[in-house]
Ligand binder design. Sequence first.
Ligand code: THU
Length: 133
Amino acid sequence: MNDAELASLAKEAATHSYSPFSRVSVGAALEMSDGSIYQGCNIENTSFSLTICAERTAIFKAVSEGVKQIRRVAVWSDTGLHLFPCGACLQVLAEFIEPEGKVILVRKDGDRKVLPFKELLPHDLTDLRDHMK
Ligand code: THU
């Protein structure tokens, strides 16, 4: 699957966004290392802090189905921005993304920026996994 196709799956995922409070619709599409695809949207809550971002929805869907390794993630929002994943999502991505994994930021009009995941989160907590062994 090419970047444009993954980007359009991220946009499609945003159609399910539940975001009555921010009115920001976000969709994410993951391409896993085995080639499978998982989509997710942001899901807000009246108790605001319980909101979950589109990226984590997609990651938790994949991992809960037994598919753990992410190759690329595309994120689309209706904001007009190239919306970056939040810090919490970056740390959750760090747990599962390939070392050379890529992030595709998709603007509402379809314009794309592709960045290595490592550029967004150069330092993460995954070293702690070895320490805890
Ligand atoms: N949001 C995401 O789903 N992903 C991001 O990368 C940033 C923010 C959501 C959370 C909330 O529902 C809305 O966008 C406004 O922050």
